[in-house]
Design a protein around this ligand. Structure first.
Ligand code: BES
Ligand code: MN
Ligand code: ZN
Length: 492
C-alpha cells in the first residue's frame, strides 16, 4: 500500500474512488465537484440520501468519468478526535468494499492540522486493510495507492510526514492485531520470541535494533521467582524478550515499555470458568503492542531510545503448578503470597519492572490486559492509566486524546495499597473484591519505586468480543503518540 501527497487539479486526475469529506453545506472543492458531476451531491442531500452528519458514508457511482465513484463522508458535528477517527474508519471500510485499486482523498479540514488529518487517514487505511486470513497469505487487498489531495502546495511536506507516520502506526497496529488473533497453540512464548528476533534483525539506516531472549535458566540466575512461578504449571517454556531500539545517542535514557504476554491465561489452579475462556488467548496483547511499537519505530527511525521488555508465558494448571497459598520471592527480594493464581499478570510484570531498572530509564510504561475490573469501570472505550508521576500520567492522557486512543486515570492511594496485606508474606497478590484495577496497580507500584512509571490496563480496549471478535491494535496509537512527542526534543 502506497501513500502520496498531491496538490494537482482534480480535473486532470484518474482514480477508482474519490473520498470527499463534506457537511451538508457544500464548500470550495465539494461545490466544484458537485457542478462537475451534474449536481449529484446536492441531489443526494435534497433527497435525504446524504445528510452530511458526522460519520455518514454514501457511495455514488460516476459512470464514464475518470473518477469512477464518489465516496461522501459526512463531517457535520465532528467535535473530537475519537469521532474523526470513527468517521474516517467508516469511509475506509466503504472504500475497501468498492475494491478500488486507486483512491483520492480530498483534504477535509477535519483534524486539528493537515498533518494530523493525513496521519489519521493513512493509519485508518492500513488498519482497515488488515484481515486475519490474508495477513500472511498471498491474497492482496485491492487498494494499492492513496493520494491525499490538498489545494495548498506549501503543506505537501506536512501531508507527507503525516502519511508516513500514520501508515507506520497502522502497520504497528496490524502487527499487534495479528499476534493477538493467532491461537494460543501457535502464538506461544517461543513464537513471540521468534517474531521479536526476526524484527530485531531488520537493517536500519539511522537507528539500530537488537533482541535478546532470556530463557528459564537466565530467569533463575536473576532470581525472578515470581515470573517463574506463573510458568511452573505449563509445558511451554517461558521467555523474557528484551528489545533495544536505539534511534539517538546511547547516553540518552530510554523509554522502557513492559508488555504482559500471557499467551494463554487459564487462571492456573484458580481455574477460570469455561465460558469465553478462548478469549484468554488475547492475554498477550500488552506484549503484542510493544512488538507493534517496535515495528513502527523501525519504519520511522525516530530519534529516541526505546527498550521493550516482554515477559511471555502460559498460565496453566498441572501437577507442578503454583497453588493458592504458595509464597514466592520476587527478584526485588519482596515475598508474595499467591492467594489467586489467576492474578498472574502482576506476578510476571513485577520481576520485569525490577529488571527494567538496569536500563536507567527515563520513564517506564507497562501495558497489560490486567483486570476484568477495568472493563466494569471504563468499558471498551478508555484504557486505565495509573502512575506514580502526575506529569507522566498527564502526558499519556494528552497522547491518548490526540491519537483517539484514550486513557482515563485511576488513583494509587495508600488506602488501596493497604488491601494487599498478607499474614505470611510482604504482600498478597490480590486485594479482595473491590477496586481490582487499583489494587493491581498498587501491587505493581511496589516494584516501580526507583523511576517514573505508569501502568496501562488494556483489558477492555485490546480486543473486542462478539461477532467482530478480534484484537484492536490498541494502545499502539497512544504509545506512538507519546514516543513521537518525546522524540521531537531530540531532533537536530
Ligand atoms: N487476564 C486477566 C484479566 C482479564 C479478565 C482480561 C477478563 C480481560 C477479560 C487477569 O489475569 C485476571 O485473571 N485477573 C483477575 C484478577 C483477580 C483474580 C484478582 C480478574 O480480573 O478477574
Ligand atoms: Mn488471570
Ligand atoms: Zn491474565
Amino acid at each position: 500500500m502506497k501513500f502520496t501527497a498531491s496538490c494537482a487539479e482534480l480535473s486532470g486526475l484518474k482514480a477508482d474512488s474519490l473520498v470527499l469529506p463534506t457537511g451538508s453545506e457544500l464548500e470550495n472543492s465539494a461545490e466544484t465537484i458537485n457542478q462537475w458531476a451534474n449536481n449529484i451531491i446536492s441531489s443526494a442531500i435534497l433527497s435525504g440520501e446524504f445528510s452530511g452528519k458526522s460519520g455518514q458514508v454514501l457511495v455514488l457511482n460516476l459512470p464514464e468519468s475518470a473518477i469512477k465513484r464518489l465516496i461522501l463522508l459526512g463531517t457535520d458535528g465532528l467535535t473530537n478526535q475519537r469521532q474523526v477517527k470513527k468517521a474516517v474508519t467508516a469511509a475506509c471500510a466503504a472504500l475497501n468494499k468498492t475494491k478500488s485499486k486507486t483512491a483520492l482523498w480530498l483534504e477535509g479540514g477535519i483534524a486539528d492540522t493537515i498533518e494530523a488529518e493525513a496521519s489519521i487517514v493513512a493509519q485508518s487505511i492500513n488498519a482497515s486493510l488488515y484481515n486475519y486470513k490474508k495477513y500472511n497469505g498471498d491474497i492482496k487487498p485491492s487498494l494499492e495507492l492513496l493520494t491525499f489531495l490538498t489545494s495548498d502546495k506549501s503543506v505537501t511536506s506536512a501531508v507527507d510526514a503525516g502519511l508516513l507516520y500514520g501508515a507506520a502506526v497502522g502497520d504497528g497496529m496490524n502487527t499487534a492485531k495479528q499476534l493477538g488473533n493467532l491461537p494460543a497453540n501457535i502464538c506461544t512464548p517461543s513464537y513471540l520470541a521468534d517474531q521479536a528476533v526476526t524484527l530485531g534483525k531488520k537493517k536500519l539506516n539511522k537507528a539500530s535494533i537488537t533482541t535478546e531472549i532470556l530463557d528459564r535458566s537466565d530467569m533463575q540466575k536473576l532470581k525472578m521467582g515470581s515470573l517463574l512461578s506463573v510458568a511452573e504449571g505449563s509445558e511451554e517454556p517461558p521467555k523474557l524478550i528484551v528489545m533495544n531500539y536505539q534511534g539517538t545517542d546511547a547516553s540518552k535514557k530510554p523509554i522502557v515499555l513492559v508488555g504482559k504476554a500471557v499467551t494463554f491465561d487459564s487462571g492456573g489452579i484458580s481455574l477460570k470458568p469455561g465460558r469465553g475462556m478462548d478469549e484468554m488467548k488475547y492475554d498477550m496483547c500488552g506484549g503484542a503492542s510493544v512488538l507493534g511499537v517496535m515495528n513502527t519505530l523501525t519504519q520511522l527511525e525516530l530519534p529516541i531510545n526505546v527498550v521493550g521488555i516482554i515477559p511471555a508465558t502460559e498460565n496453566m494448571p498441572n501437577g507442578r503448578a503454583t497453588k493458592p497459598g504458595d509464597v514466592v520471592t520476587s527478584m526485588s527480594g519482596q515475598t508474595i503470597e499467591i492467594l489467586n493464581t489467576d492474578a498472574e499478570g502482576r506476578l510476571i510484570l513485577c520481576d520485569s519492572l525490577t529488571y527494567a531498572a538496569k536500563f536507567d530509564p527515563e520513564t517506564v510504561i507497562d501495558i497489560a490486559t490486567l483486570t476484568g475490573a477495568v472493563i466494569s469501570a471504563l468499558g471498551k472505550v478508555a484504557s486505565g492509566v495509573l502512575s506514580n508521576d502526575q506529569q507522566l500520567a498527564n502526558d499519556l492522557i494528552e497522547s491518548g486524546t490526540q491519537s483517539a486512543d484514550p486513557v482515563w486515570q485511576l488513583p494509587l492511594w495508600e488506602e488501596y495499597d493497604e488491601l494487599l496485606k498478607s499474614n505470611f508474606a510482604d504482600m498478597a497478590n490480590i486485594g479482595g473484591p473491590q477496586a481490582g484495577t487499583i489494587t493491581a496497580g498498587c501491587f505493581l507500584a511496589r516494584y516501580a519505586k526507583d523511576y517514573k512509571w505508569a501502568h496501562l490496563d488494556v483489558a477492555g480496549t485490546a480486543w473486542v468480543s462478539g461477532a467482530n471478535k478480534g484484537a484492536t491494535g490498541r494502545p499502539v496509537p497512544l504509545l506512538m503518540a507519546y514516543i513521537r512527542q518525546k522524540s521531537e526534543a531530540n531532533r537536530d
